[in-house]
Design a binder for this molecule. Structure first.
Ligand code: XIL
Length: 484
């Protein structure tokens, strides 16, 4: 999780730099000085991301991006190629459930669970455990139990499975789907519920003792919309557990969104409110009917906006792997190609936290009193900067990094599209080039390291919409800037 700083993307950025240099050289021999913008335009069409896989992009903010893995598909190389490339966390889709791990009472079987676990760990991924106590996918022997006999069987099951995976599982879904759908806010009727209302806390206390290293999660669906009774009931339970010291560390939001249970933008409020109770939150089984790109991006941004959101897991790799293939709800087509939703999620992850870093702030023009602004809060590479009324929004929040970049949105850099007077100054994905490095001088100038020219409000303009360019340093008021 921690080592996201260097590997493949760095190589890629260097390659981009080299290509840019080559393009400058070739074009420079033919026609004069327009080469850098041309090279940038080519890069821009390629939509270069700061990180090129979901897992690496999520790791930039310390999060993971996972998938459900089905052991039966691990010999499909098209499947494992995508799964291994894109994801850094794995949940066994069925293999660690009660029927799989304890098919006969007291006889545990970890063959399929271990197949998924070993594949994950051998490929450098962390593992979420799913799930220890649930009304569904119980083996036949458990379905027919009741009362104290069932209660004891639940306890023995938790102990048996958690002992096998002790110290190896980052998060365990201890209890799954214990609340009823609809407006009642009641517990779901089940054989486990009928053993007594305290079955959930008993499960959590048993789990803590069995593997103190694992984060213990309660996991459910139809609990993403803050206004729903089921959400409120789960909230009341977690609040009560925290108050009474019942060991719970996290809440999993399955996030199976569809026409009957659509995504609502108040999901972020839900995540924030649970986090405020002192638990981590995670999106554990994400799939969205029809896979609309915007909704996928919004869910991703919701997690990024909440510091205690640990990561996102999608419930399968390709649409054809989904438990609901008729919904085509995932990020990859059956042929392995990336869907628009994939790109939307990757871009959102590369946009980083939507809360600007603490050391960021506006850059204000001395002559205009207006701020350095990305028009329309755009994120497209090549968007030229302008002056606009200072408004403290994210498209005016700049961080001067140790490398000398001026970053906005976490991953876009103030970028000179040339080296001559009048060269456009734009945003562009940060890649380490000298055209993205700036010296802030004591006289208030911002000097491009590559060009030696100054950040300049064109034609000494002061109005909203005045474009920003490079120009020979004059120390005029259209070239002096203050940072607050
Ligand atoms: C589903 C699996 O994807 C299917 O293969 C299986 O037949 C049924 O279970 N909520 C959960 C998951 O917590 O375990 C479920 O997984 C989907 C709904």
């Amino acid at each position: 999780m921690a080592s996201h700083a260097l590997p493949p993307p760095t190589v890629r950025r260097k390659t981009v730099g080299l290509l840019t240099a080559l393009a400058v050289g070739v074009l420079g021999a033919v026609a004069a000085p327009v080469a850098p913008p041309t090279a940038h335009a080519a890069e821009s069409r390629a939509e270069i991301a700061a990180e090129s896989t979901l897992g690496a992009a999520a790791a930039q903010s310390g999060r993971y991006f996972g998938t459900a893995i089905a052991s039966g598909r691990l010999n499909d190389s098209a499947y494992t190629t995508i799964a291994n490339r894109e994801f850094n966390s794995v949940t066994a889709e069925n293999e660690m459930k009660i029927d799989a791990t304890e098919p006969q009472r007291g006889q545990f079987n970890f063959t399929a669970g271990d197949r998924v676990y070993n594949w994950a760990v051998q490929n450098g991924k962390q593992v979420r455990g799913h799930t220890l106590a649930w009304h569904s996918q119980q083996p036949g022997w458990m379905q027919s139990l009741s009362g104290s006999n069932l209660r004891q069987a639940m306890i023995d099951h938790i102990k048996g499975v958690m002992a096998h995976y002790k110290g190896k599982i980052v998060q365990w879904d201890v209890v799954n789907e214990a609340f009823a759908d609809g407006s009642s806010g009641a517990r779901r009727d089940s054989n486990l519920q009928r053993t007594g209302n305290d079955w959930i806390e008993v499960a959590f206390r048993t789990a803590r003792a069995a593997d103190p290293a694992a984060k213990l999660c309660y996991n459910d669906y139809n609990v993403e919309n803050w206004t729903w009774a089921k959400t409120q009931a789960m909230y009341a339970m977690v609040k009560d557990f925290k108050q009474r010291g019942v060991p719970i560390d996290c809440v999993g939001f399955q996030s199976h969104f569809n026409s009957g249970s659509p995504y609502d933008s108040n999901f972020r409020t839900t995540l924030q409110n649970f986090a405020a109770l002192g638990v981590d939150v995670a999106i554990t089984e994400l799939d969205i009917q029809g896979a609309p790109a915007t909704t996928y991006a919004n869910v991703t941004k919701d997690c990024l906006a909440v510091p205690r959101c640990l990561g996102i897991t999608v419930w399968g790799v390709r649409d054809t792997d989904s438990w609901r293939p008729e919904h085509s709800p995932l990020l990859f087509n059956g042929d392995g190609s990336k869907k628009p939703a994939y790109t939307a999620v990757l871009n959102a992850l590369n946009g980083g936290s939507t809360t600007p870093p603490a050391d960021s702030g506006p850059i204000k023009g001395v002559g205009s009193g207006r701020c350095l602004d990305v028009p329309g809060a755009g994120t497209t590479d090549g968007t030229q900067l302008q002056l606009w009324d200072c408004n403290n929004r994210t498209n005016q929040q700049w961080t001067h990094t140790a490398a000398g970049e001026l970053r906005v949105y976490g991953n876009k850099c103030l970028d000179a599209a040339g080296t001559g007077n009048g060269a456009k100054v734009q945003i562009y994905g940060c890649w380490g080039g000298d055209n993205q490095k700036w010296r802030l001088t004591s006289d208030g100038s911002i000097v491009g390291v590559q060009s030696g020219l100054c950040l300049d409000a064109a034609a000494s303009g002061t109005a909203n919409g005045t474009l920003i360019q490079l120009y020979s340093c004059s120390n005029g008021s259209n070239q002096r800037w203050t940072r607050t």
